[in-house]
Design a protein. Structure first.
Lengths: 326, 291
């Protein structure tokens, strides 16, 4: 305790130059500060290391195939010829479709929780939505593979195929759909997975709208719909876009659930009921079996593309959300 | 409300009422859809998972393909998962709490801290598969083979941002008077943080750990690259171990009925672990906020 009593108080204390003059507590403080700082720097180094390792690992494939890597849909491990157009397009389509499904639902849930939900069940509903976010992605994958996929095949694809006239638009629309494992069902699963994230952020944003703004609108005789659509949603517009981008970032990079249900075909998808692949599912599926160096490198290069897409999306999301929210 | 809507569909007031009525219905339906999805997923988990549970699950190791239905268990996968998570959690909690402390206590008005916070937020939602690739390049290649240690490091990279984030948020909740009182007693800044601020935020730090655990234990993508799966029981940290998520990944995609049964059981076990960690963590967080 005696040593603690003469310890410098915080950072304003005069620096003691003499080595023997530094108290033990003061030295501990310096060590502790250095430890904390290095932990934070380690985080930064991790992200930098992630980028560097992807660039190094993917460089052979990128330099060998050049721009063709992005525009060719050839994916032939036997001939060692790789083009990423199929997985890249698959990633963008599934992420876009899932946002299309999830966004209206997320807005609905957030508005319901903030405006209409009876107070007695609000906590439980919010809890259920949070639980949805907690389910591991591999469990979503299993559910998609064993429950949603077969159901979708029996009740949607088969009836539609029976109803489709040969050569009609509907037949073209169905494409080569042959099972429940396709781009559409993968998007549905993705939508369920990102839904709770977007809904939770939206709810917090709606709650952040000042009460006097809402009350003023109600006081003018607005209906709840008009309050939400004309006052509250415009009020949170900027952060709301950030929340959507955050969900998009998750949908783009989601791996296991998609790997289970998208069907894993590298062909360029021609219909949303085709089986396809995303960048993440391709890497997860083939990495363990990749034998040639070029195959591994092509997969890492795919990872680099995914990193570029998600990093941009997430960075924009965080900037829009501001540092305090989400 | 329906009476008002039918009172005058063509009057301006009636139309506004009707639009509002539709809107409320749609919002409620959206919530119903989300809850229905949760119930359906949990229901199939319970129906298919509970049926497969027997004493063998915890006693026997994962069986080879083509075994009779009901034989074999998940002992090696459970032990492997516990080992991976324990090692990963130690790394993630130590680094996460220190980094979070730096951001909250030393980082005010510091450009670098703002940058680190931003990168941490990005890392928080970075695709887990990329972290797996990184773990592969960082640990597996130099060590010439996947191992439990490599898997734990990948899981730690995934979890540290969660712990950092919650730690910073929790420490910021502590009032400055606490810090000032500590310093007035003559304690240095570091001592104040360790002896007073950390102790006051104990519950919050546990919450951060639990949320991190919830994120970590269900993750499977990084393990595909780092912990080359293993069918056998193993305590070896430098060797490959089995793990529950990897077992699901391989068994669910097979055509073997016994393997599929085990995959459902494993999915149920993981979900129970993750969801209870989530619920306990959030309950703790809520409890400490009310104080």
């Amino acid at each position: 305790m005696a040593e603690a009593a003469i310890a410098p108080a915080g950072e304003t204390a005069p620096q003691v130059k003499d080595l023997r003059g530094i108290s033990r507590a003061g030295r501990n403080d310096a060590i502790f500060h250095a430890l904390c700082l290095s932990a934070a720097m380690l985080l930064m180094a991790t992200l930098a290391g992630l980028l560097i390792s992807l660039i190094i690992g993917g460089w052979p494939a990128l330099s060998h195939f050049g721009l063709k890597f992005f525009f060719s849909s050839a994916w032939d491990p036997v001939a060692d010829d790789y083009g990423a157009a199929g997985p890249i397009v698959g990633t963008l389509i599934t992420a876009f479709l899932s946002m299309l499904f999830a966004l209206p639902l997320a807005i609905g849930i957030a508005v319901f929780l903030v405006e209409f939900c009876p107070k007695s069940i609000e906590r439980w509903v919010a809890m259920a939505v949070e639980l949805l976010a907690g389910i591991p992605s591999i469990v979503y994958g299993m559910w998609g593979l064993f429950v949603l996929g077969p159901w979708f095949n029996d009740h949607v694809i088969l009836p539609l195929r029976l109803a489709a006239e040969p050569g009609s638009f509907l037949e073209k629309f169905l494409g080569n759909a042959s099972s429940g494992s396709n781009i559409f069902t993968a998007s549905v699963i993705l939508a369920i997975m990102v839904l709770p994230f977007i809904a939770t952020v939206f709810r917090e944003l709606l709650l952040s709208v000042p009460t006097y703004v809402r009350e003023a609108a109600y006081g003018m005789g607005c209906t709840p719909f008009e309050v939400v659509s004309n006052i509250m949603l415009p009020y949170i517009r900027k952060s709301a876009i950030g929340a959507v981008m955050l969900g998009l970032g998750r949908a783009l990079g989601e791996t296991m659930a998609v790997t289970f249900i998208i069907g894993n075909s590298h062909a360029f998808p021609t219909s949303i009921f085709d089986s396809g692949s995303t960048i993440a599912s391709t890497i997860a599926n083939e990495f363990a079996e990749a034998t040639t160096d070029m195959h591994v490198s092509a997969l890492v290069a795919l990872g680099l593309v995914l990193f570029a897409i998600t990093f941009t999306t997430l960075a924009v999301a965080r900037l829009l959300l501001g540092k305090e929210k989400a | 409300m329906s009476a008002a809507a039918s009172a005058g569909l063509f009057s301006r007031y009636g139309r506004r009422k009707l639009v509002n009525y539709v809107f409320v219905t749609l919002a409620s339906m959206a919530t119903a859809v989300a809850i229905a999805a949760l119930v359906m997923i949990l229901a199939s988990l319970i129906m298919k998972g509970f049926g497969g549970i027997n004493a063998e699950i915890f006693r026997a190791d994962t069986p080879g393909g083509g075994g009779d239905l009901g034989t074999g268990g998940l002992r090696n996968a459970i032990v492997g998962s516990v080992m991976l998570c324990a090692m990963g959690m130690v790394i993630a909690v130590v680094i996460g709490i220190l980094a979070g402390t730096w951001l909250a206590e030393y980082g005010d008005g510091n450009r670098l801290a703002g940058f680190v916070r931003f990168l941490n937020d990005v890392l928080l939602s970075a695709p887990s598969i990329l972290i797996g690739l990184f773990g592969y390049e960082l640990v597996v290649l130099p060590m010439h083979g996947g191992s439990a240690l490599a898997g734990a490091i990948a899981l730690a990279i995934l979890t540290t941002p969660v712990v950092t984030r919650t730690t910073e948020d929790i420490l910021r909740l502590q009032s400055n008077q606490l810090r000032e009182a500590g310093m007035a007693l003559g304690a240095g800044k570091g001592l104040v943080i360790r002896a007073i601020i950390w102790r006051a935020s104990r519950t919050g730090l546990v919450t951060g750990g639990l949320l991190g655990f919830a994120r970590m234990s269900g993750e499977s993508a990084p393990l595909v690259f780092t912990n080359a799966g293993n069918q056998f029981f193993s305590w070896n940290v430098l060797g490959a171990t089995a793990s529950l998520p990897m077992t699901i990944f391989y068994f669910a995609l097979s055509a073997d009925e016994n393997w599929q049964r085990l995959a459902w059981v494993a999915a149920l076990l993981i979900s129970v672990a993750v969801l209870s960690a989530n619920i306990i963590g959030r309950a703790l967080a809520r409890g400490s906020q009310h104080k």
